[in-house]
Design a protein around this ligand. Structure first.
Ligand SMILES: Cc1cc2nc3c(=O)[nH]c(=O)nc-3n(C[C@H](O)[C@H](O)[C@H](O)COP(=O)(O)OP(=O)(O)OC[C@H]3O[C@@H](n4cnc5c(N)ncnc54)[C@H](O)[C@@H]3O)c2cc1C
Length: 388
């Protein structure tokens, strides 16, 4: 008979990349996992995710890499083009995930979320959509009369009206950077800061010549990034300084912005149709300080480290959190030891990635004498190639 695991019940709040991947890692370690998500349906945002070599390793560790490879577009290397479309150089993408896997993948964001959700459900995660957590509180401590949280659970997640949603031994807060719940659980934390940059995302027909991601440097603060995500589809990101007011017709706006570029990047405008879904989001930056935990509540993903999406790192670091969590759950620690060990493995690493990606965002907007995005990406790749 196997001994009962400490931390038997784990709750996760938020079913974005961080929450789904963490719930999957926890369920694979034999825990009973409840995942609470405010939105009634999975988001269908037309974005893409760059599954970089270290992130692909983490997806291998989580057991979903094969499905991701089947769904996404395998590539190696990144083309960097000037404003006129001329190839300036190619950045290397060294494979890390082993001989069975490609170096990297482009994926639709919705496809990656769907793969993680499918694997999490298959591993036994109970996913409850349409459940917004309004408060997190300690479960009643054991008392002389014997009253306590169910089976000695230590933390409760409740709806805003106080309705109990789950009662667990450890609660993972994966609510993203902007959720009010982050501020309620971590009242001393600084809110994340906007960096003055906006990213626009769309999915479009893949230009046949696009075999690997391509970055086109535009004017100051402007950049186009195009990723192949399926054999017939590419994900586009248009990066520019924050606007005073948002346009009423995002597709028309994006088409116009691209059409103003010369050469190859300008020709992409024709691939944005009037009915192409386009989303935008401001770039935020901020690390949860001083701690990522409050009792038995542990922040993961953007809630702990809101990173500019440069070099694909906000998604990659969310998946890395889940991979590290899975490793630590294998050690059968108590809640206190687990949150301490997680912080020790993750906080300094996230700080380094935060510093590099925030520098990239700043250089986009205000190039400096020593601006060198290629060497920054090289430093980043070397940093994240070391196991977390
Ligand atoms: C359109 C788009 C494109 C992107 N492109 C890139 C990219 O190219 N590269 C990159 O690195 N990153 C990108 N990102 C960011 C990346 O997806 C995130 O960094 C990553 O998903 C990790 O986020 P997360 O899971 O921590 O938080 P989120 O993705 O924000 O998920 C948080 C979840 O928590 C839920 N939630 C919030 N509050 C509550 C509550 N009180 N109760 C219950 N549920 C709650 C939300 O509904 C949401 O589903 C993109 C994001 C978007 C939206």
């Amino acid at each position: 008979m196997t001994a009962a695991l400490r931390l038997q019940r784990i709750g996760v709040v938020g079913a974005g990349l961080a929450g789904l991947a963490s719930a999957l890692a926890a369920a694979r370690s034999g825990r009973q996992v409840t995942l609470l998500e405010a939105a009634p349906q999975p988001p269908q945002l037309p974005g893409s995710v760059d599954v970089l070599p270290a992130m692909l390793c983490d997806l291998v560790g989580l057991g979903v890499a094969d499905d991701c490879v089947r769904t996404g577009f395998a590539y190696r290397g990144v083309d960097v083009r000037g404003r006129d479309g001329a190839l300036l150089h190619q950045l290397p993408t060294e494979p890390l995930a082993g001989a069975r896997y490609p170096a990297a993948l482009g994926m639709r964001r919705a496809d990656l979320l769907a793969q993680l959700e499918r694997a999490a459900l298959a591993a036994g995660v109970q996913l409850l959509r349409g459940q917004r957590v309004g408060q997190v509180k300690p479960a009643l401590p054991p008392s002389a009369s014997g009253a306590s949280g169910a089976n000695g659970a230590v933390v409760q997640a409740c709806a805003a009206d106080g309705r109990l949603l789950c009662e667990v031994d450890l609660l993972l807060l994966a609510v993203g950077a902007a959720s009010e719940l982050r501020g309620r659980v971590f009242p001393e934390a600084e809110p994340v800061q906007p960096l003055g940059q906006r990213w626009w995302y769309a999915l479009m027909r893949r230009p046949p010549e696009l075999e690997r991601p391509c970055v086109v440097l535009g004017g100051t603060g402007q950049r186009v990034v195009l990723h192949p995500v399926r054999h017939d589809e590419a994900g586009l990101a248009w990066i520019e300084p924050q606007l005073e007011a948002l346009p009423l017709d995002p597709a028309a706006y994006l088409r116009q912005a691209l059409a103003a570029l010369p050469g190859w990047a300008g020709s992409l405008a024709a691939l944005i149709r009037p009915d192409t879904p386009v989303v935008q989001r401001p770039v935020y930056s901020g690390l949860l300080q001083p701690h990522w935990h409050q009792g038995s509540v542990l922040a993961v993903g953007d809630c702990a480290h809101a990173l500019p999406p440069h070099f694909g790192q906000s998604a990659a670091q969310a998946i890395e959190d889940a991979r590290v969590l899975g490793d630590l759950l294998g050690n059968d620690l108590g809640a206190d030891a687990l949150v301490q060990a997680f912080t020790a493995r993750r906080q300094e690493r996230a700080r380094q990635v935060h510093q590099l990606t925030t520098t990239a965002a700043r250089w986009d907007l205000h190039p400096e004498g020593d601006t060198d995005l290629s060497s920054l990406m090289d430093r980043l790749q070397r940093t994240v190639a070391r196991p977390a």
